[in-house]
Design a protein around this ligand. Structure first.
Ligand code: ATP
Length: 306
């Protein structure tokens, strides 16, 4: 059964010009006619090189940003332009886990408050009270329930990502969108988080839209794979057929490209990922008018498109 269906998604961004460099303002197409079906209980991985449009597609599918054209259906219902209470229900059913756990967890809030925030945002009763429910969620993701009073900075990167997953689970989502959710973690920690996601998926039955550029990670978790380049999907298929019998040239090149990252770059990337966010966190149930699951577009330098 198709749970989430994206049809002909297009997303364009207006890019400001740069006067000094004589670059005129233009419209940049980040997603260019993307369609996919995500079945219940399945994990569809969107893969492709940096800038291919994976994250933008995920954000469109989760209704974090609005489409330029195309439609998104959840359980057969067109959710592309829903607002208000209906959109709130979509936000419950489709939860997102972001790449950098620290910038998506409010450093000033306790874990209890963080993981129960979506319930408050949804104005739902917290079963058994916030504290007990937070402890239960921590247990579900393999963390010590006694740590509910701790703050994000007191956790490692992998533990912080578990908190992000616990928060997503709090409202019983039917679709979990993981946007490079393990990319900032050490390889051994990545494996633990992937195992956790697989176990939770088996137990809770959610479908997963898994965005990743790392093919080794995708191979461990995906049931189906869609390969993106230049804003479009060029190949979709079962995991093994895409990995073992790719039909598109781009997929073959992607599979053949062995990433060679210098150890010092890798170490710097991990240090940056651990650094607490300097900007306001993306989710904060304290700020008036800022729903806890609302996505804020990251700041980009003026004129940057890719
Ligand atoms: N708000 C925005 N304004 C302008 N351009 C944007 C915006 N968001 C994304 N883009 C551009 O759209 C393209 C696709 O970005 P996207 O983040 O979806 O790619 P990606 O495949 O997820 O890459 P990465 O793994 O590096 O995030 C990029 O060229 C990016 O610079």
């Amino acid at each position: 059964m198709t749970l989430l269906q994206a049809k002909d998604l297009v997303k364009t961004f207006d890019v400001a010009g740069t006067a000094g460099l004589l670059r005129p303002a233009r419209t940049f197409t980040a997603v260019d006619g993307v369609s996919f079906d995500l079945e219940a209980g399945q994990t569809l991985a969107l893969v492709g090189e940096s800038g291919s449009g994976k994250s933008t597609t995920a954000r469109l599918a989760a209704r974090l940003i609005d489409v330029t054209s195309g439609t998104v259906h959840l359980d057969g219902r067109d959710i592309t332009r829903l607002e208000g209470k209906d959109l709130l229900e979509v936000r419950r059913q489709v939860q997102v886990v972001f790449q950098d756990p620290f910038s998506s967890l409010n450093p000033r809030h306790t874990v209890e408050r963080i993981v129960t925030a979506p319930l408050r945002y949804q104005k739902r009763e917290i079963p058994g009270g916030a504290r007990r429910f937070a402890q239960h969620l921590l247990e579900r993701v393999g963390l010590d329930p006694a740590h509910v009073d701790r703050y994000p900075a007191q956790f490692s990167g992998g533990q912080a990502q578990r908190i992000g997953i616990a928060r997503a689970l709090a409202v019983g989502p039917r679709v979990l969108v993981c946007d490079e959710a393990v990319s900032a973690l050490d390889v051994s920690v990545q494996a633990q988080i992937i195992n956790l996601l697989r176990t939770l998926q088996r137990e809770e039955g959610f479908a997963c839209l898994f965005i990743a550029h790392d093919l080794a990670v995708v191979r461990q978790i995906a049931t189906r794979v869609a390969v993106m380049t230049a804003g479009a999907i060029v190949e979709t298929g079962d995991r093994d057929s895409v990995f073992d019998r790719p039909t598109h040239d781009y997929t073959r090149r992607l599979l053949a490209a062995v990433p060679r990252i210098r150890p010092e770059w890798e170490a710097a990337r991990r240090r940056n990922a651990r650094r607490p966010a300097r900007e306001a966190p993306m989710m904060d149930d304290e700020e008036p008018g800022t729903p806890s699951t609302e996505y804020r577009e990251p700041a980009r330098p003026k004129g940057e498109a890719g």
